[in-house]
Design a protein around this ligand. Structure first.
Ligand code: SF4
Ligand code: SF4
Length: 338
């Protein structure tokens, strides 16, 4: 394993961290096995979330006796002060600790959400208070959308210590954000390293990411010990070869015609559909064995693929010329929303 410094936090973490979402598809015993395998491979950074149902609780149990060997991050969707304050307490209780190193505002999707978070009675205020009270060490943001993220880093970059964004062979739209983070010494956490299950060669996918010096840490979601071993193979830490670059180009070409990069340029949809979110969620159903959780997330959306009236406006804005209407039709079928 290789280690690095997580931006201005100064924390020493493994360059591969444990993404805590897929633990939902296993049980406590499975979670214990994941943690054990990670420790054997030298992984010491965990990223979980309030929104990942049992994840915090499973890891809270699995980390008993090993807490001091880990740097723990969690996150919550609350945008207001009271909500975030309550979420931090729940996280600490679930993780059975009185302190976690990093707490993040989860998936900030728009300028309105951003302003609410950093505004007078926003989530940030609760995080600052928790930091002053010694309950959390550092504050971060996670996001998927390019435009809002660029504004956020520009406007509030001095208030955050880490920034998490998708980055992988086919989704490199965040490279400028990564450079911005490097300039400001904000730790960059790369999520979705295998593009929501679309890239089959995980070793190549991780190698590609770790070859970018602006990336601090990559957090593949790992749902069993075998995945942990596979994702920490020695090749992952080697430089990209010419052969690897050719293989990356082939993946880009193969996925290029039907893969959403979550850039957000297709918004707004007059029906209120969050198009990239629909594509992300359906992959949890299709590829990650998290169908129940995926359907629950769909049910919480104000509008979904089934509300598409096929006006086609989004397709005129998509820089990748994706057949969005057709893709959403497939999503609506797959989620079987009643
Ligand atoms: S085609 Fe569907 S998803 Fe696209 S803008 Fe129109 S209603 Fe929204
Ligand atoms: S559908 Fe196209 S425009 Fe919309 S987020 Fe995906 S890649 Fe970007």
């Amino acid at each position: 394993m290789k280690y690095t410094t997580l931006g201005k936090t100064g924390l020493n973490i493994s360059v591969i961290g444990l993404g805590g979402l897929p633990v939902q598809r296993t049980d406590q015993e499975g979670a214990n096995a994941i943690v054990k395998a990670c420790m054997e491979q030298g992984i010491n950074f965990l990223d979980t979330a309030r929104g990942y149902t049992v994840s915090e609780e499973f890891f809270g149990n699995a980390l008993k006796g090993y807490r001091d060997k880990w740097v723990i991050a969690s996150k919550a969707m609350s945008r207001d002060y009271e909500g975030m304050k309550a979420d931090i307490e729940t996280t600490l209780r679930n993780l059975q600790t009185d302190y976690i190193e990093l707490y993040q505002m989860h998936n900030i999707r728009s300028e309105a959400e951003m302003e609410q978070c950093f505004g007078e009675n926003g989530a940030y205020k609760a995080l600052l208070e928790a930091k002053e009270a010694g309950k959390i060490g550092y504050i971060g943001v996670t996001a998927h959308e390019l435009r809002t993220s660029a504004i956020l880093l520009d406007k509030y970059g001095d208030k955050i210590d880490t920034f998490m964004f998708p980055y992988n062979i086919v989704e490199n739209q965040g490279e400028e954000l990564m450079q911005e983070c490097a300039k400001k010494n904000i730790g960059f956490i790369a999520m979705k390293p295998i593009a929501g299950g679309n890239i089959e060669d995980a070793v190549l996918a991780l190698k590609y990411i770790l070859n970018n010096p602006d990336c601090t840490v990559v957090i593949p979601g790992m749902g069993d010990a075998e995945e942990v071993v596979k994702n920490t193979a020695p090749e992952v830490f080697e430089p990209l070869t010419e052969e690897d670059k050719v293989a990356c180009d082939k993946i880009i070409k193969d996925l290029g015609s039907n893969f959403c990069r979550r850039c957000g340029y297709c918004a707004p949809c007059p029906q209120g559909i969050d198009i990239p979110r629909n594509f992300i969620l359906v992959n949890y159903i299709r590829k990650y064995g998290l169908a129940d959780w995926g359907r629950k997330c769909f049910a919480a959306l104000p509008a979904t693929a089934k509300d598409c009236v096929k006006c086609g406006i989004c397709e005129t804005r998509c820089p990748y010329d994706l057949p969005i209407r057709q893709m959403l039709e497939k999503v609506a079928e797959d989620i079987e929303i009643k």
